[in-house]
Design a binder for this molecule. Sequence first.
Ligand code: SAM
Ligand code: SF4
Length: 331
Amino acid sequence: MRRERLFDGHGRRISDLRVSVTDRCNFRCQYCMPAEGLPWLGRADILTFEEIERLVRLLAEMGVTDVRLTGGEPLVRRDFPRLVSMLAGTEGLRDLSLTTNGYLLERDADALVEAGIRRVNVSIDSLQRDRFFQLTRRDALPRVLRGLEALARHPEVRPIKVNAVAIRGFTEQEALPFAEFARRTEFQVRFIEFMPLDGDRAWTPDAVLTGRELRELIGRVYPLEELPREPSATARVFRFADGRGEIGFIDPVSEPFCADCNRIRLTADGKLRTCLFSLHETDLREPLRSGAGDDELERILRDAVWRKELKHHVGEPGFRQPPRSMSAIGG
Ligand code: SAM
Ligand code: SF4
């Protein structure tokens, strides 16, 4: 069934949904979660696969074409590939993708591909084992790299992206190794600026290593040429001038792309968030569980999306970090 397209009050058409399937994680990345973890949601608090499927179908009827599954760590949710197969055939969906830390990919890559995943982002912040351990608090780099290889054995999964959070005092040393990795493999490397969504609330503006700084570091050794950017694409992508590969930069802090934002988020406990930095959420779980029909849910979704924030205020006076940190929102 086709429904009216979904627009916010600033005229932006919403076509991209991030679904967090769990708030739990087997890593404790410094920029995301405290070392001791967070109080996890109870089993009954998180949406069932059937509830997620229903919301995705309804949003697809309203023009959402791209769905990314994330968390927490999506692969720690029991039977996760079953959810992928439930969503893969949704009418109107063009793109069903996954963001993972890769720890369980060696185990799950085949099942995920069989279930219908065709695009995957794997988060890797350092290509050196000790530095990876330092940042994620897990000595897991070899295992993650094996997971990446397991995925790469499936030619139907492309592109495979490797995302690294860019943190001052850490990522400067990673810039060239990642550039070389991007040049010698088929993996597409993206640096993401560190955002104030860490569980430890240790973020400061100074801790953001900007995309511009990274481009300078890399460009001195391997000159870069910018590729044309699609509207609503979050990354600025550059190719190496000698033609060997490309590298991307997602710069939400230093160069916000809010004006073109087409994205909404669903948390594992069924709250709709219209911005990563939202201070307000809309509960969908209660209406779902108290028997709301599709038209009623549609009205709730439209009202919430209409109020989508014009922009984030990171770096401005009075900015307030949202109560939930990245792992509980779904990055
Ligand atoms: N656990 C999976 C993973 O790490 O890929 C999926 C969830 S994680 C929250 C999604 C993405 O958010 C990861 O690429 C992670 O590096 C990024 N991220 C987490 N905290 C961040 C922060 N404070 N600033 C920027 N990116 C962050
Ligand atoms: Fe877990 Fe991903 Fe957060 Fe790291 S970034 S703690 S892997 S949710």
